[in-house]
Ligand binder design. Sequence first.
Ligand SMILES: [Zn+2]
Length: 483
Amino acid sequence: MSDLLRELWSRAECEEPVFSAEEIEWSPPGQFELLCDLGLLKETDRATWARCEACGDGHVENVAWVQNATTGRSAPFVPCPENGGAAVSIERLRRWAIDLDAIAQATRRALGLIGNDSALLPGRVWFLGRRHVAGRFRDFFFVLGAAREDEHMLWDRCRQIEDAPSPVILVPSQTPSERRAPAFRLADLASITDDRIVVDLDYLGEALPSERGVTPAKTMASFRVPADATWADLRLVVREHTIVARLRDREQEFGFEDLGLSGIDDRLWQLLCSFARLGGQTPARSRTVSEKGAATFRKQVSDLRQRLSTVFPIDGEPIRAVHGTGGYRCLFQISLDRTDGFPVQPERWEECRFIELPDGRIAISVRTKEVFATRTISEETARRTDLEAAERYGVRTEEYDLRALGLADQSSRPTAEGRTLLEFLRDGGKLARRGDDKDILRLAQRLRDWMGLDAEPFQFTRSRTLWSTLFESSSHRKSSRRS
Ligand SMILES: [Zn+2]
């Protein structure tokens, strides 16, 4: 008697993973039907060999197709050196192959994996998807024939396994001889029930080396993504404690827990906020950043990349290195939650510059100093915290006409506040007006809103009855004022 369910995992490792009609005939009732119903077995081409039943020897011979002289039809025949041979029924030559893609799919479902799965090496290696297990995100691979002679070829041709931060290899029954990553036998982990394959995730979680200091995310959310979606289709708006994701007509809000983040102090959250403030691109690496600081930053970007790919299962990388600069660029759109306003939030007015351009538009530049705290908590003493700051500088410039800034009316005539701004710019940031000048106070409010700063943009010197801008002011147009 051949137990098909038990045999499935070892047979899957064979060059030709098939069951013969004879094996199926002698299997426990219901097993064959179950495997067919689950889509794991599919009928394949007929056997080209069969056991001789004409003598008692049980030898195996190639099937000969012999034409019947009377009927003209061909029929299978097993030759026998003992007594010439005997005809064999076509039914006995039927075979059923294990559908390896179906096993990969069923395993992916059983583990609740997300992300885009793919066959990396057809028939041998599959990327099944990823999920959070034992304190961190793991990439799951399904590998067949890991103990065959050509094993090294699998690793050479599937660099994705080695490149994955935390790969987990699942095999039917033969673990790799070269230990590249934690490997588990589905023969041990999986069971086949009435309607599906079940994989013992608890066992997997306990057997995997857990990652200390990483917040477990039990309820990672995931965004349903159309198959043809690209990262460019995704827009993230970063709010105070959530992000809002938009992709075509779908919108979803994610909290810290949904993103697998511990809270506002989570370094990945801070990195996400930095990208949002910078409009999706970090500036080139500053010369003052140490190699170690740069490596830590690289690691953080890589972690964020992986986290985003988990929540948003879109093909390809969400963040790319800007070649040769040490900076990074998001392939998706990301901004702070500001419906109108400068895309980057400066820390101080002194980091801003307003220029009136020859065509009348206003160029606003913000010099950003980004400090990425790269915190490493030593394992011996959790109290001691090493803080390393990686500083980056960059300038972000946007050009607006006065109307976009809310400082001109529908026919582009500057409002009183708009005229006040132009006077400031044309006079190098100085303006002689009373301390309670309403236009200046209203302009100040408008600029605070636009730049997302709480501090006042203007300073009033009582002794000289003079207003001055804290930001750098200039104009490419001549002053229209006559003084
Ligand atoms: Zn024989």
